[in-house]
Design a protein around this ligand. Sequence first.
Ligand SMILES: *Cc1c(COP(=O)(O)O)cnc(C)c1O
Length: 377
Amino acid sequence: MIGQKDMEMVDLKSLYRRMKSELDAAVLSAMAGANYINGPEVSLLAANLSKYLDVDYVVPCGNGTDALQMALMALDLKPGDEVITAAFSFVASAEVIALLGLKPVFVDVDPVTFNISSDLLEAAITPRTRVVLPVHLFGQAAAMNDIMRVADKHHLYVVEDVAQSLGADYHYRGGKKKLGTIGHIGCTSFFPTKNLGGCGDGGACFTNDERLAAKMEMLAGHGSSKRYYHDVVGFNSRLDTLQAAILNVKLNYLDEFLSIRQKIATRYNAGLAGLQDLAVPGMDALATHTYNQYTIRVFNGGRDRLQKYLKEQGVSSRVYYPVPLHHQKAFENWADGISRPVAENLCGDVLSLPVHTEMSLQDVDRVVRTIKEFYKS
Ligand SMILES: *Cc1c(COP(=O)(O)O)cnc(C)c1O
C-alpha cells in the first residue's frame, strides 16, 4: 500500500487545522483574560451546555471520571451500598464505585446495543441497591424507559454515563430528551476523542435537581460552599478555563460532528451488509446513535485475524474492550463466579473501526474494501 496514508482511529490534527482560527482566537482571548481558574469561559460553557441539553444545572469538572465521582458522592451513599452497572464497559464507572467503598454489581448487556440489559436489571436489585449506573456505550443509548421504570419502582437513583454519547436524542416517555438528562444525574467527559472533546481533560455533570447540583459543586470544590469553611470532605476537580474556551467553540459544531459520524456509519453499514461472519452495530429504535465508536462483531473467532490483516493494510482498529469488568483483576474482591455470557462473548468478537469527524466516505470505502479482501483471501 505504498503512497497510501495509514488510516488512524482519530485525526485530531486535521480537526484542529480545520478549526484553527476560531480555536486560536478563543484560547488567546482566555489567555489574555488571565482568569485561568474558574474564569467566565467556564460558566459560559455551563450555560451553553445547559441550553443545548435542555437541563437546569451543569457542573463542570476536571474529567469524566471525576464527574462520576462527584455524582456518586452527592447521593449520600453508605459503604457497602450497591451500584448496578454494565459488565461490558470502560472501567471508569466501576472504578469510582469501588473507590468510594460501594459495591459494583455487574449486569450483563444486550447483544444488540451492548448496553446494560434492562431485562436482567430487576433481578440484580437487593435491599442494599441504591443506584443504577447505565453507560451509554459507543454512542448508543441504554434502554432508559425500562431502566427508569425499574428504578422508580425500587426508589433507586439513576446516574447516566454519557461520556461516549453526548448529544444523542432519546424518545423518553413520549417526549424527546438528550441522553444524560433522563436520570437524576448525567456525567460526561471532554477527553479529546469524545463527541465533544477539548484539547486536554475535562468533564461535567448535569441534573435538574437544584440540591444535587449544589452538592456536586460543593464536593468538587473541597467540600466548601463558603470559602475556607468546609462542610464535608470533598475533593478538587475543576474544568480549566482554557479548555472551557475551546469547548465553547466546539459545542457550536457538535451537531455537525454527530451528523458526520452518522453518515460514516451509514456508509459502513451499507458496505458491510451481507458479510456472513460479521455484524454491523445494532440500533435502539428510540435513540439516535452518535457513533463515538463504530463497533462491529466478528464471529467464528476471526476478530484477531481480521485486525491483523487490517493493520498490515494500514488500517487501524481497536478492541474496546478485551476483558469484561467482572473478570478484571481490579474487581476480583467482588467476583461471584457467575457468567455474564453476552459481555464475555462481546470481548472476544468486537472490533472498533475508524470513525471521526475528518474521515471521508472514500476513507470508509477503503476500510470496507480491505475487510472484504480479508474475507475473499
Ligand atoms: C472516557 C470515559 C470516561 C472517563 O472520562 P475521562 O475524562 O477520561 O476521565 C468515563 N466513562 C466512559 C464510558 C468513557 O468513555
